[in-house]
Design a binder for this molecule. Structure first.
Ligand code: PGA
Length: 254
């Protein structure tokens, strides 16, 4: 069975409510341009309901996701959002361990691992992000860094759980910089990740896991990335804020 491609928009802390609604409606209206691709929109948590309503109103199968969550189902955690709350609001996905969460908010592989298990337990598909910094790449440590992140973030998952996870390889030096990894650089790490997944489960399970590339993906570089055998979609930041660009990228994976 070929892997269903998955393209997700990480809106980060951008837009306002009216713009979020318009963008969701625009993506839903043109969803047919990339009909075979699973599309996910990850707005700021506060706009999840607005975007969910816009998608439901358009009777669209564009999916809804969050950008982060707490690992507990409820409790005294001021300012946090619980996995069941995301499910309650219609989310099916959650981005975990994005490099901005890791570097700006101190999320460790152990924390990402706990959140990944919590997401799966709640019925959410975790999009687990990994990737090296420029310094690490230049020091020849890309494989070591990505290996530690993948094995640490996905430790202790059953094969059935692992199969549901989406991994996003996002080299930190490519995020928001306009410096996309070459298709060869990306493919090399994607193949490494698939090998690691096989080690954590089996080659059969690893063959079913979707691995997205992220970092300055644009409509004009998406097709070359999409041709690589282990690149199963994209996690898109800046370009996901424009329906044209987001759909352009999705079409490249169709
Ligand atoms: P970018 O962000 O597409 O703006 O580089 C990607 C991401 O952070 O997920």
């Amino acid at each position: 069975m070929p892997r269903t491609k998955i393209v997700a928009g990480n809106w980060k802390m951008n837009l306002d409510r009216a713009k979020a609604k318009d963008l969701a409606a625009a993506v839903a209206a043109r969803r047919g341009e990339a009909a075979k691709v699973e599309l996910v929109l990850c707005p700021p948590a506060l706009y999840v309901e607005t975007v969910g309503s816009a998608l439901a109103g358009a009777k669209s199968d564009v999916r809804l996701g969050a950008q982060n969550m707490h690992d507990k189902a409820s409790g005294a955690f001021t300012g946090e959002v619980a996995p069941p709350m995301l499910v309650d609001m219609g989310c099916g996905y959650v981005i975990l361990g994005h490099s901005e969460r890791r570097t700006l908010f101190g999320e460790t592989d152990a924390a990402v691992n706990t959140k990944t298990k919590a997401a799966l337990a709640a019925g959410l598909v975790p999009i687990v992000c990994v990737g090296e910094t420029l310094e690490e790449r230049e020091a020849g440590r890309t494989a070591a860094v990505v290996t530690a992140q993948v094995t640490g973030s996905l430790a202790g998952l059953s094969p059935g759980e692992l199969e549901k996870v989406v991994v996003a390889y996002e080299p930190v030096w490519a995020i928001g910089t306009g410096k996309v990894a070459t298709p060869e650089q990306a493919q090399e790490v994607h193949a490494l990740v698939r090998g690691l997944l096989a080690g954590l489960s089996s080659p059969e399970v690893a063959a079913r896991v979707r691995i997205q590339y992220g970092g300055s993906v644009k409509p004009d570089n998406a097709a070359d990335l999409a041709r690589q055998p282990d690149i199963d979609g994209a996690l898109v930041g800046g370009a996901s804020l424009k329906a044209d660009d987001f759909l352009g990228i999705a079409k490249a994976f169709a």
